[in-house]
Structure formats: structure tokens, C-alpha cells
Design a protein. Structure first.
Lengths: 277, 434
């Protein structure tokens, strides 16, 4: 009895340590955002600002269109996440369930596309987008993001499909369900955690993406958040830390909200005991 | 293939309206609509952004037929951004950059030669030494002027006034600056337990070493018969060994500051850990903004070796060769960089104007925040020898940066660093020289 209490206490302690580790950067960001320039240059930094100020927020929001660019980032990230999943899902199912030589070729393509240096593709890609008149547009950027997230999303999803025992679908057909019915009633619900994980992955990849956004988007009216944040940096790595921290802090809120909404669907263990033997 | 078109179709449906914005504004001038110019600015300090925006507003009000759109870029990635824009023929009309970047763009025909289109007042207001920093080969055997130089920087010393006074060292003036020997003596005196005389932030050591190298006539490059080679002789070794001596012989420089970026030693400077920090004049802004109440600091003029000369580069405004409205762009630049406006821009960025009339502006010579010392240091600027070297960027990142970092970390000797800079460097330059 005593042993298990100690074990539980240790578990909570480890969990607490992990939480502190995860929360540290955010807490430090908050603290920095509220500090004066003098305090930021102090040799003995404190967690709680001695003279808290909102000047950094005023500077950040006064100079740059933080809210607008966050909204545009949100649109691009949501669109590319949804499109990625819509395109990858049927492909992943086909890859996982039907054995053919195409299968191996497709998987080989996924791997090769992951090791190709992005910088080599960027100019030709820009030319293609220009022809499609998608330069300087958010759909253009979303399309690029989809292209680059797709291979890994496909890889991820087909792993989830493979994890669903084929026997479940067979059992459904024995009970008289056609393939579509089996897909909709048996496979789809079990795939939800996989789809959510893939959505999150695609969302975050797009939300943080900088280089393509820099190349594709030209005007301030279409700039996404990473492009706006980098405006607080100067030459030789000198950074306006206060406004950057203030803007970054607010930039994390939409993605945190997206996580909070979607993470409840990230359950595992749905299939425990589904197939006997 | 079908997947691609599906993605495209879905993307178009999901995001259709409201997202896109007009890229091509066409040739509005013919139809009576105003010409639109895109101006990529790299201003990043608060006051500088304000000054830039004010000047653009002023222009737009006075010139309803030529409207300028202010687009803020970032020093961190401007050249990546420009390469793709140039290649795709979609570059901004007016481009803010610095002179080292212009040479490559000019040789590839991306920038407009401004030599015949600039007004004479602007030409004569900026000294030839500054024009030299933007004069490059056009890639076809000719020479051209590929930008208007407007802001320059010199390397000065920031000193903790209390520690400097206590050391008894002579206070240097622009007319009688410290020699490197006096500097070494002063930093020795200011080194006490837990406090160092100087912090050399050497995360990016190359430009600093090459700029200061001219103090002893060190050019690091020599061109004979059209072929450029790296040279590390006695002149070039002076500054290298003097900094190394401060680190390991005098122990008056903190080795742990070597990995720092330019502004990183400031907390230690304010905390009394470092008496002197060498850096560009623009760092005055950070020092003035971040210094704790009661902290007294001074800006000391550039050091003198055989001369006080430093290699200069310039911030520049250029016109894209592809611009549909080149004439209007030149007009805008001529307004933007006239004497009074350069003074405003220099003040916003805490840098030195190239314009002689701007340098005479009372704001540039006031004692407050050591503008007088900073502006006086401009007389020592000569065109940086590396500016005309094809392949310099590659030499800098692949050869010089790691070699100098290892030398300053005392991992290799002076002879070894010299050998690497020359032998590995010549191989790089050879490829560019063909």
C-alpha cells in the first residue's frame, strides 16, 4: 500500500517536472513581453518583471498588423490541414489495403520527396505558381503547404489504417455490409484519432512555415504571421526582444485554441479487444 | 496528376474570394491612373520605421500620380527573397539592401544602372568614396552604379565611464583617438577580478576583422592581372594577433564572450563585467535604451593603427532592372535620399549618412548620445577591399568564419589560420575567377 502511494507520488512528480519543462518557454515569453528594455538587459533576470509594462504590446500592435496576419495564417493553416487530410485519406487507405507494385513505388516516392532539398525546388515552384496566377495569394501558399505536407501525412495515415485489423472489415461484410458501408461505419470511426493527429501535424507545419511564405507572398496585405514576426529582427541577429515576445505570445493563442478544441478526439485504445485471438 | 488538380480545385473553392490580392497593377500611367511603386524597406528599429513611413506618406501626398507602397522586409532573409523575385521577374521597384549584396545582383543583370539617371545634386552631395561602394561590373565587361548609398557604419568602442575614469587612461577624442597599444594598456588596467577590460563578440568575426584590418593596411585580398587571391601577410596579422593577445596573453578580454552576437555582451557591460565593448555605431540605440538608470557610458572614436581607416559598406536603394516604372522609381529615390531626409533616416537607424549636407545637420553633430563622435568617425571610412571580390560570401561563410572562430578560441595558431584563409580561400576564389 505504502509502496504504491510512493509510486503515485513519484509519477505525479515526474509529470509535474515535464509540465514545468513544457511551460518554461511560454512563461518566459510572457515575462519577457512585460519587461522594460532595461530589465531585459539585466544580468540577474527575474521571473516577475520589476516594472511591468504593456509598451511592448503597444509597439508590436502599433507597428505591425499582428491580428490580420494571424487571421491569414489561420485561414492558410486550416485550409491546408483540411485539404491534406482529404487528399491523403483515400490514398492512405489504398496504400495500406491493396497490395500492388504501385504501392512500393508510391512509398518510395514519399521517402524520396522527404529527402529532396527544399531550396532546389523553390524557384521552379515559384514559376509554376506564377503561371497559375497564385503568387501573392493565400490559396497559392495553402497549395504549396499541402504539397509539402502531403507525403508525410500519407505516410502517417497509412500507418493508422494498417493498425485497424482487416478482420473488422471482413466481419462487417459477413454481416452484409458493402465496402462503403464497412468503411463508413467501421473504419471511419476507428480512424478518427489518426485523422486528428494528421490534421494537427498539417496545421502546425503550415502555421509555422516561413520560407515558402516569404517567397510566395509579396504584399503586406497578404503576409502571414511568421513573415510579420521576423520584422522585429535586425542585422547581425540583433532582435527587438520586447515587441517580438509580445507578438509571439499572442501568436501562440490561436494555435493553442485549435489544439484545445481538437485534442479531445485524440484518444487511443479504441480498438483494444476488437479482435480476439 | 489528378490528386494535384483535386488539391488545386479544393484550394480554390475553400479559399476563393477575399484572399487574393492584385499583384500586377499594370501600366496605370497611360490610363491616367497613378503609377504604383513597391518599395522594399529593411528599416527595423522603431524610430527608423516611423521615419521611413513618414517620408513615404510625404511623397505620396505630394505626388498623387506616383504612389509608393511601403513593404517592410527583414535583413535576415532579404537576399533569399530577392533572388526568387528577380528570377521570377517580380521584384519590388525600389529595393533597400546593402552594397555587398549588390555586386552579384548587378552582374546578373537584375539591377538598373543608375549612373546616367540620377540628378546632379544627389551625385555631388554623396562623396566618391561612398559611390565606390556601389560601383560594380555589369557582367558584360562594363561598370555601372547599382544603387544610391545612404547609410554607413563605423566600428567604435563603448566604454563604462566609471571604469574608464578609474583606470586613469587618457580620454580619446576624434582628433586624437586611442592607438591599439593604448587600447591594450587601458583594457589591462580595467581588468580586475571578475571584470574584463573588453568583450569581443565574435559570433560573426569576418566583417569585424576585415573592417579593422585596414588600421594596419591589411586588405586580405590582392588582385594581380585580373586575378584575385587571399593575402594574409604581416599587415593582416596585426589585428588578429592583437585581439588574440588580449584574450590569452593579457587576459584582458573574456573568452566566453567570443560566441556572442554583437548586442549580447550588453547585460555584462551594464553589470560592470565588461568595461569596453567594440561594436558598430548603431549599437548606441540599444545602449541608450537598455542602460539602467545611473549607468554612465561613452562612445569612443575608432582605434588607430597606422591609420584609423576602416573598410566601409553602405546601405543602399536600388531599382530593379525589370521595373516598369524605373524613371518614377529614380525620382522617388532622389527625393527619399536628399540631404534633410538622409539626416532623418540616419537618426532613425543611429547610423551615419553618406550625404555631406546631412552630416552637417545639427541632429548629426549633437553631443547627446555621442552623435558628434559617431559622425566624426565617418571621415575614416574607405571602401571595403572585399566589396569587389567575387566569391567573398562563400569564402566568408565556408573558410573565414570557422577558421577565425577556431583561431580566437585558441585551437589553431596564427600561422595555421593564415594558411587556411589563403589556401582554402584561393580555391574558392579560383572557381569564381574562372
Amino acid at each position: 500500500m505504502g509502496g504504491s502511494t510512493v509510486r503515485t507520488a513519484l509519477k505525479y512528480l515526474a509529470l509535474l517536472g515535464y509540465l514545468v519543462f513544457l511551460a518554461f518557454p511560454l512563461a518566459w515569453l510572457l515575462s519577457t513581453a512585460l519587461k522594460t528594455p532595461q530589465e531585459m538587459a539585466s544580468l540577474d533576470p527575474t521571473w516577475i518583471p520589476r516594472n511591468p509594462t504593456l509598451a511592448n504590446f503597444a509597439d508590436a500592435f502599433g507597428e505591425q498588423d499582428i491580428v490580420g496576419s494571424a487571421a491569414r495564417s489561420m485561414v492558410v493553416a486550416l485550409a491546408s490541414a483540411v485539404i491534406t487530410v482529404l487528399v491523403a485519406l483515400p490514398a492512405a487507405y489504398a496504400l495500406a489495403r491493396f497490395r500492388s507494385t504501385l504501392n512500393k513505388v508510391a512509398i518510395g516516392w514519399v521517402l524520396v520527396s522527404q529527402v529532396f532539398p527544399v531550396i532546389l525546388i523553390i524557384i521552379p515552384l515559384f514559376m509554376v505558381l506564377r503561371r497559375l496566377e497564385l503568387v501573392n495569394t493565400l490559396p497559392g501558399l495553402a497549395l504549396v503547404h499541402v504539397t509539402f505536407t502531403l507525403p508525410f501525412a500519407l505516410w502517417m495515415l497509412q500507418g493508422y489504417v494498417r493498425a485497424i485489423p482487416r478482420e473488422l472489415e471482413e466481419a462487417a461484410s459477413v454481416d452484409g455490409a458493402g465496402r462503403l458501408r464497412a468503411l463508413a461505419s467501421v473504419v471511419a470511426p476507428l480512424l478518427v484519432p489518426g485523422v486528428v493527429a494528421t490534421l494537427l501535424f498539417a496545421f502546425i507545419s503550415s502555421w509555422n512555415e516561413f520560407l515558402f511564405a516569404l517567397v510566395v507572398l509579396k504584399d503586406p496585405e497578404v503576409a502571414t504571421l511568421p513573415l510579420t514576426l521576423v520584422k522585429f529582427t535586425g542585422p547581425e541577429g540583433v532582435v527587438r526582444l520586447g515587441p517580438l515576445a509580445a507578438a509571439s505570445l499572442l501568436a501562440t493563442i490561436p494555435s493553442l485554441a485549435f489544439f484545445a478544441i481538437i485534442q479531445r478526439r485524440l484518444r487511443s485504445g479504441l480498438m483494444a479487444g476488437a479482435v480476439k485471438g | 496528376m489528378r490528386r494535384w488538380s483535386a488539391a488545386l480545385a479544393v484550394a480554390a473553392v475553400v479559399l476563393a474570394a477575399g484572399c487574393s490580392s492584385g499583384g500586377g497593377d499594370g501600366d496605370g500611367a497611360a490610363s491616367g491612373e497613378p503609377v504604383k511603386l513597391r518599395f522594399l524597406s529593411l528599416a527595423w528599429q522603431k524610430e527608423s520605421i516611423t521615419a521611413n513611413k513618414q517620408l513615404v506618406d510625404e511623397w505620396n501626398k505630394a505626388n498623387p500620380k506616383i504612389q509608393v507602397e511601403y513593404v517592410q522586409g527583414s535583413w535576415d532573409n532579404v537576399n533569399d527573397q530577392l533572388v526568387t523575385s528577380f528570377e521570377a521577374g517580380d521584384a519590388p521597384d525600389v529595393i533597400h539592401d546593402d552594397s555587398p549584396a549588390l555586386s552579384g545582383f548587378a552582374a546578373r543583370g537584375f539591377l538598373l544602372d543608375l549612373s546616367s539617371s540620377l540628378p546632379s545634386e544627389l551625385k555631388s552631395d554623396i562623396p566618391q568614396a561612398a559611390w565606390d561602394t556601389v560601383t560594380f561590373g555589369d557582367g558584360k565587361g562594363g561598370q555601372g552604379v547599382y544603387g544610391v548609398p545612404f547609410l554607413q557604419e563605423s566600428q567604435v568602442l563603448y566604454a563604462n565611464k566609471k571604469l574608464l575614469d578609474a583606470s586613469g587612461a587618457r580620454m580619446p577624442t576624434p582628433d586624437e583617438p586611442w592607438t591599439w597599444d593604448e587600447f591594450a594598456e587601458a583594457t589591462k588596467k580595467m581588468t580586475k577580478s571578475g571584470a574584463y577590460g573588453v568583450a569581443w563578440p565574435m559570433k560573426s568575426p569576418v566583417n569585424k576583422v576585415l573592417t579593422l584590418g585596414l588600421n594596419f593596411g591589411g586588405t586580405f585580398f590582392t588582385t594581380e592581372g585580373g586575378k584575385t587571391r587571399v593575402k594574409v601577410g604581416a599587415e593582416e596579422r596585426e589585428v588578429l594577433s592583437r585581439i588574440h593577445d588580449q584574450l590569452y596573453k593579457d587576459k584582458s578580454a573574456d573568452p566566453s564572450a567570443l560566441g556572442m552576437g554583437t548586442a549580447d555582451p550588453l547585460p555584462g557591460f551594464f553589470g560592470g563585467k565588461y568595461a569596453i565593448v567594440p561594436a558598430g555605431v548603431y549599437l548606441r540605440q540599444q545602449v541608450a535604451e537598455q542602460a539602467p538608470d545611473g549607468f554612465e557610458w561613452v562612445t569612443l572614436p575608432p582605434l588607430k593603427g597606422v591609420t584609423a581607416e576602416q573598410g566601409a559598406t553602405s546601405q543602399t536603394l536600388s531599382v530593379a532592372a525589370d521595373s516598369k516604372h524605373a524613371q518614377e522609381a529614380v525620382k522617388f529615390i532622389s527625393f527619399f535620399l536628399n540631404g534633410p531626409n538622409q539626416a532623418k533616416l540616419a537618426k532613425g537607424d543611429w547610423l551615419l549618412p553618406t550625404s555631406t549636407s546631412a552630416a552637417a545637420d545639427p541632429a548629426m553633430t549633437q553631443k547627446e548620445n555621442f552623435w558628434d563622435v559617431a559622425t566624426a568617425s565617418a571621415k575614416n571610412l574607405v571602401v571595403a577591399p572585399y566589396l569587389k571580390v567575387d566569391g567573398y560570401d562563400e569564402w566568408k561563410s565556408k573558410v573565414a568564419t570557422p577558421a577565425l572562430q577556431e583561431y580566437f578560441a585558441d585551437k589553431i595558431s596564427l600561422d595555421e589560420v593564415a594558411k587556411r584563409l589563403v589556401e582554402e580561400g584561393d580555391k574558392v576564389l579560383e572557381r569564381y575567377g574562372r
